[in-house]
Design a binder for this molecule. Structure first.
Ligand code: ADP
Ligand code: MG
Length: 727
């Protein structure tokens, strides 16, 4: 490398064409003089990126590289290519038409090239004066008037060419690339990188930990990835197949497994109440079963047993109950609650939103409330929108223990809520809670030296690789069978231009006494827009279907109003329900037989699957219509096409989840918006199965045989972020 000097002179943004003309780049000289003053915001930006320790910086790998190791003759530079040239300025002038710009002509003896700057300072003019010999880097554009570069980076010629590729790091606006490069180079030179993985546990990679035998030490791997030699096959860096990358991925996966295993072992040392149901007909669970209009499926019985076994243990349960939409998770949760209450403890049930909490648990409360009342106990409801008076009454019931069952949103785990004896917490749609909320929950649960049991439920099955990695700290129960009597849903893909036919189809369903959902997409950037959308559709359908009650439900309606609409639809007083995605999960109206999803191309795959699960709940033949609109180019985007294709091809929740993972990556499964920290940065579960298996097998052995190395390894990779993995 040409050292810091080289880097700082190239501080002019590389992708200069993206600079708006209105905000001229700072002159190079000033930028350097102001470096000290700039250090503080830059350091803050580093912190924001989580780059506080030397090791964090060393592990902040380039997005891509620039080749500044060669000088290209202007005559042989190809159009569209980024090239570095060395040439002398032969002309330099400021033009005012059609707008103000600096035009500079350079010549390297092979040909000339014109440089254009729309934003420039006097210092630029000086540096680009006639006679100056410069090293210039930018994208070559061929024009009628000859070769050109727009806002190229430049510096005075001279000095050695760097011998390694120049890294380009992911960064933010407050953190100049040059500053970041210096910070990383310094950290990399200084950081301690002892090998942590014992030889006996070496991953399936050649020559692990030794510089010879084709192997890579961590130090070599990092130095190489920050500054690869120009002869490297760039594709192997891009697709992370290069041995230096493999080495990092193995370490990262191991760190993740160690973190989860550590969390698991720590939890297993905690004490939870051992919850056993009363025996015989007097048991709450037996009473509940007697009320059910159906018998549990084999799969439900199995998971009920798995959960009961956990509850009876002195180690706190940490179990995920997964089952497709409509597989009947609620009754399983109810039976778990019965065991807990029978044993004399309180049970908390939570859903991510008020409407979901209400819908998910309404039936359960209907069933249990009378049974509890007969025992002198009650159900408490806790939600954000509650009146103060009602809320304090509820808090009182929770604190006294009179409320055996506490149902609500995350209000259930807020500061002021004190449980008398919390034995079991059930979280529905757990992935929709943010990481911070899940951490808060764990804190809440950790009280009085006794940890309650935790049951999480999800209708989005977690693909096996994810279960093995991110959820290694969880036990998983799966309901892999739907209750009998469900009719398969026919799925149809229809262009929005044929909307009229769909409306006719709705009329037919209504005439047969059925009900219909019409879902409009939630437009994330603008709640107002999705309201407009839904309102327009509501008006359109009301007009097209005279005499039919068409309801409207959207995200900004007050909870009471939402409830009134839902109740009317449930009671059959409404033929059509137009809504934004608020009905995404949890609605149970067996008489609804048609689901129309407008702009289906905008929905995520698991969302579509969940919505489709809202119909086919009764005995009537049901259908799901995916209305799609193509973009301006007359086509669907690729991932939209993949999603819709998957919907047509399969109704199996696991297959859907697998494809979803393929299309989107793991982020969404984990609520990545909040938990980016906990995500794997380097490894890719779809590609690195072998390394994942190695990491899984090695983590327990390493913890047992080399606990100190395991700690060092965890510190290196996770530092202060280990907490997130517990959530
Ligand atoms: P989900 O797993 O999506 O939460 P629910 O618990 O809401 O599913 O159950 C969906 C519907 O199926 C409910 O109406 C529920 O009462 C019913 N149900 C659950 N288990 C059975 C069963 N074994 N037989 C018949 N119906 C069942
Ligand atoms: Mg449910």
């Amino acid at each position: 490398m040409g050292g810091a000097n080289h880097v700082s002179l190239f501080a002019v943004p590389q992708n200069a064409s993206s600079i708006p003309a209105a905000t001229p780049a700072a002159p190079a000289g000033k930028a350097r003089a102001g470096a000290a003053a700039a250090a503080s915001p830059a350091r803050k930006a580093l912190e924001k990126l989580g780059l506080t320790r030397d090791i964090d910086l060393a592990l902040h790998l380039p997005l891509r590289y620039e080749d500044e190791t060669r000088i290209t003759a202007i005559a042989s530079a190809r159009t569209g290519e980024v090239a570095q040239i060395e040439a002398v300025v032969t002309a330099s002038e400021v033009q005012l038409h059609p707008r103000r710009m600096l035009k500079v002509m350079v010549d390297d003896g092979s040909a000339t090239c014109e440089l254009t700057f729309f934003s420039f300072y006097p210092s630029h003019r000086k540096a680009l004066a006639v006679g100056e010999r410069l090293r210039i880097r930018g994208e070559v554009k061929g024009g009628f008037w000859g070769r050109q570069m727009l806002h190229p980076a430049f510096r005075k010629a001279g000095g050695d060419l760097p011998s390694a590729l120049t890294p380009v790091y992911p960064t933010t606006a407050q953190l100049p690339q040059a500053y970041l490069r210096r910070a990383i180079a310094t950290a990399l030179a200084r950081v301690q990188l002892p090998e942590t993985v014992p030889h006996a546990l070496a991953p399936p990679l050649p020559g692990w930990g030794s510089a010879g035998a084709g192997g890579w030490t961590l130090r070599d791997a990092l130095i190489f990835l920050h500054h690869p030699t120009p002869d490297v096959a760039l594709a192997t860096l891009q697709d992370h197949s290069h041995p230096a990358w493999q080495r990092l991925k193995a370490e990262e996966l191991l760190a993740q497994q160690l973190a989860q295993l550590t969390a698991r072992r720590a939890r297993e040392r905690l004490q939870a109440p051992q919850l056993r149901a009363a025996a015989g007909d007097g048991a709450l669970g037996a009473q509940l079963r007697a009320l059910l209009p159906f018998a549990l499926t084999g799969a439900q019985e199995r998971v009920v047993r798995e959960i009961a076994a956990d509850l009876a243990d002195h180690r706190p349960m940490h179990r995920l109950l997964q089952g497709d939409v409509g597989s009947g998770k609620t009754i399983v949760a109810a039976l778990a609650a019965c065991v807990c209450i029978d044993a004399g403890w309180q049970c908390a049930l939570m859903a991510p939103t008020e409407i979901l909490a209400e819908q998910h648990f309404a039936k359960l409360v209907d069933w249990l409330a009378p049974l509890l009342a007969a025992r002198g106990q009650c159900v408490a409801w806790l939600a954000g929108g509650q009146k103060k008076k009602e809320r304090s009454a509820m808090l009182e019931l929770v604190a006294s223990g009179a409320a055996a069952l506490v149902v609500g949103t995350h209000a259930v785990i807020q500061e002021q809520v004190q449980f008398a004896r919390l034995g079991l917490a059930v979280i529905d749609e757990q992935h929709r809670f943010g990481v911070a909320q899940r951490l808060q929950l764990r804190k809440k649960l950790d009280h009085q030296g006794r940890e309650p049991h935790l049951l999480m439920m999800s209708a989005t099955p977690i693909p096996r690789t994810l279960a093995m990695s991110y959820y290694a700290d969880l036990d998983v129960s799966t309901i892999d069978e739907l209750p009998p009597g469900r009719t398969p849903v026919v799925t149809k893909l229809i262009a929005d231009s044929r909307r009229d036919e769909v409306v006719q189809r709705i009329a037919l369903q209504l005439a047969a006494g059925r009900q219909v959902y019409w879902v409009c997409p939630l437009i994330e950037e603008s709640e107002a827009l999705d309201l407009t959308n839904a309102t327009a559709t509501h008006a359109e359908l009301s007009e097209a279907l005279p005499g039919v009650a068409v309801g409207l439900l959207h995200s900004r309606m007050p909870a009471a109003e939402k409830k009134a609409v839902m109740d009317a639809f449930k009671a059959g007083q409404m033929g059509v329900l137009v809504s934004t995605t608020v009905i995404e999960v949890g609605v149970d109206v067996p008489n609804a037989s048609l689901m129309v999803i407008e702009h289906a191309e905008r929905f995520g795959l698991s969302q579509l699957h969940q919505l489709r699960g809202r119909v086919g709940r009764g005995s009537a033949a049901s259908a799901c219509v995916l209305l799609y609109s193509v973009g301006d180019n007359g086509r669907l985007g690729e991932s939209a096409r993949e999603r819709l294709k998957a919907m047509l091809e399969t109704a199996d929740g696991f297959e859907i989840a697998r494809r979803d993972l393929e299309i989107r990556g793991p982020g969404e499964f984990l609520g990545a918006r909040q938990s980016g920290d906990a995500l794997l940065r380097f490894a890719d579960l779809a590609q690195d199965g072998a390394l994942l298996t190695w990491a899984r097998e090695s983590a327990p052995r390493m913890l047992d045989t080399h606990p100190q190395l395991a700690q060092a390894h965890l510190q290196r990779w996770l530092g202060g972020r280990a907490d997130f993995l517990k959530a």
